[in-house]
Ligand binder design. Structure first.
Ligand code: ZN
Length: 605
């Protein structure tokens, strides 16, 4: 946790509060004392017991609030719903009257008392990186769902004492321990507290390692069985590759908090909460897991510190929307693969394959004709991080697919325009220095573009058209900057193309998906219809698959489907499917500059 972040959030939050509430018109509100105690007396009940000791705020009433989201996970989470048994008392134990002023606000009529004790319980049944969880084996605290703040007092220091279930011995967190007090932590303000999850249990700690004198810890629950020494050696190489590139480490320690097997990870200021299992790490799953860890680690630069201006100070009541997740998430996804290569953990072929897979995922969804990557960023709050699912025509894309490709194109373009003297690395370092370190704030969209164009030394109008519109991308031109060929010419696939995918459950076959713009689509076949027969035969998943292999373009396919109790006959003509392979390979005879760009890009220069 870097001091400049703290100072920055304080200044801005005070202004924000005085505008929003009008109560603290002059300067900073008086200091409060906020002390939390979190107990877990009976983990089998999935309930945490929280006590807040709040001192030195004298008002007629106080609003105690819980956030509605966790920064890094851009979805509304109904944390308030999990809070039960709310009580507010004075020193003598007499209860204050309180009411719900909004779904996430408990208004307590404190009548100018300056010592208030709040008690509540938190239901913790969902095992996920953004939600609280508790069972007989471990507890995970998602701080935005656990700790209430007093409205207007986000910038106050907080202490948190955890009372672990008696059989548990260890806590993993990025918070600073308070010396001399067991399991007690200090956060300089609520922004830091909300960015510091805690995992409690009989946890396993892998050997720590230091980079530039800064210790990095890996602690977790059910880590699994794998070569732990080799894993830590690889993780250290990834951290070193990221630090080599950025040149600075903005905290005193960092913790990878592994919450157990599952899916997902969320970046925090000096920690990350990740779903993790080491089983399978010594085989095929290794690269995927390492690039996931590289992704979360690189986020402490890109997203937490190099950040869109909308992402901090956060709006804990509504969520913070931005056009720029293609940078915060997409460019992080670009670097998570590249850092593995630079760390010597991925070969060139696998690196190019990884980018090809993002590129194909983007191009092969009809959403790429409808939604720009900035729109996907804003709409993530309703569509989800990977775009919408379940629609007849999917009109959305994922910034996790298009973002890394834009990152790669921007990198190649800058290298080309500067004769390989500058790169996207320079953009990241400049944003870090100019905005995080000097201006102590996020960048605006215009500022991001200005930094890119200043470093490239040319207008990047065409590139930013790809960002803000759905214009077809000239991949060949951008890949050629690094002496790479990309196969963009459509290739005919064998067999008869219908566009159908079916799902069979015992004897019943359902249309699972119909590709947009396919022959079946144009004939009116839709997902969720029941498929009775195909070319006169009773449908099975195997027959449908077989038929598409054996028939040819021009052949008639006749379906009988059941929809809303009505049998429909649907004939259509199969076609040929063309697909752009997007395979990326080295050019046979690259020019000197092209060869130099590829070489330095792969090395991290
Ligand atoms: Zn991410």
């Amino acid at each position: 946790m870097n001091l400049s972040v703290k100072k920055f959030s304080k200044i801005v939050i005070v202004i924000f509060v005085s505008l929003q509430v009008g109560v603290y018109a002059f300067g900073q509100p008086a200091k409060t004392k906020m002390e939390f105690t979190v107990a877990m007396e009976n983990p089998a009940n999935y309930l945490y017991q929280v006590t807040i000791q709040c001192e030195e705020v004298k008002k007629d009433w106080l609003d105690f609030k819980i956030p509605v989201w966790m920064p890094g996970y851009y979805q509304l989470l109904d944390y308030a719903e999990n809070i039960i048994d709310f009580k507010a008392k004075d020193k003598s134990g007499a209860e204050f009257k309180w009411e719900k002023a909004a779904k996430n606000i408990w208004r307590v009529y404190t009548n100018n008392n300056d010592s208030i004790t709040i008690n509540y319980q938190v239901k913790a049944t969902r095992n996920f990186v953004a939600t609280n969880y508790l069972d007989e084996e471990r507890g995970f605290i998602a701080p935005t769902g656990m700790f209430m703040h007093v409205n207007g007092y986000l910038n106050q220091p907080v202490t948190v004492t955890i009372k672990p279930y008696p059989k548990w011995t260890k806590i993993a967190t990025g918070l600073e321990p308070l010396p001399g007090k067991a399991f007690t932590y200090l956060a300089p303000d609520f922004d830091v507290l909300y960015d510091s999850p805690l995992l409690i249990g009989n946890l396993e700690e892998l050997p720590s390692f230091s980079v530039k004198g800064v210790p990095h810890y890996f602690i977790g629950y059910k880590l699994g069985s794998f070569d732990k020494e080799k894993f830590i050696a690889d993780l250290k190489k990834i951290v070193e590759a990221a630090v080599d590139m950025m040149g600075d480490i903005p905290f005193k320690h960092y913790t990878f908090i592994a919450i157990g097997p599952g899916r997902g990870g969320i970046e925090h200021l000096n920690s990350t909460a990740i779903s993790f299992s080491g089983d399978g790490l010594d085989s095929a799953g290794r690269t995927g897991m390492l690039s996931f860890l590289a992704h979360e680690y690189f986020h402490h630069y890109n997203a937490k510190r190099i950040r869109p201006i909308e992402l901090g100070p956060f709006d804990y009541d509504k969520g913070s929307r931005t056009n720029m997740l293609w940078v915060a998430e997409g460019i992080t996804a670009y670097y998570d693969e590249l850092l593995l290569r630079r760390a010597g953990l991925m070969d060139e072929e696998d690196l190019l394959k990884a980018y090809r897979s993002s590129l194909s995922a983007y191009e092969n969804k009809p959403g790429h004709l409808f939604q720009s990557v900035t729109q996907a960023s804003v709409d993530t709050w309703s569509d989800g991080p990977f775009g919408r699912t379940g629609d007849d025509v999917n009109k959305t894309i994922s910034y996790y697919d298009k973002g890394p490709i834009l990152g790669l194109m921007l990198d190649f373009k800058i290298r080309h325009e500067t004769k390989n003297k500058k790169s996207l690395d320079d953009v990241m370092r400049t944003l870090y220095k100019n905005f995080y370190q000097q201006k102590k704030r996020g960048y605006t969209e215009v500022e991001f573009r200005t930094v890119c164009e200043t470093i490239a030394g040319v207008s990047l109008a065409e590139f930013f058209d790809y960002v803000y519109t759905v214009k077809e991308i000239d991949y060949a031109k951008y890949f050629a900057y690094a002496g790479l060929d990309i196969a963009t010419r459509p290739v005919a696939l064998p067999g008869a193309w219908t566009g159908l995918t079916v799902r069979q459950k015992s004897d019943s076959v359902t249309i699972a998906n119909v590709e947009w713009d396919s022959p079946a689509w144009h004939a009116g076949v839709r997902a969720r219809q029941l498929l009775l027969t195909i070319n006169g035969e009773a449908a099975t998943a195997k027959i449908v698959e077989q038929l598409q292999k054996e028939k040819e373009a021009g052949d008639i396919i006749h379906l009988q489907v059941l929809q809303d109790g009505v049998i429909k006959e649907i004939p259509f003509i199969a076609a040929t499917k063309y697909e752009r392979p997007f395979a990326i390979i080295r050019m046979k005879n690259p020019a000197t500059l092209q060869a130099a760009i590829l070489k330095d890009w792969l090395k991290g220069k």
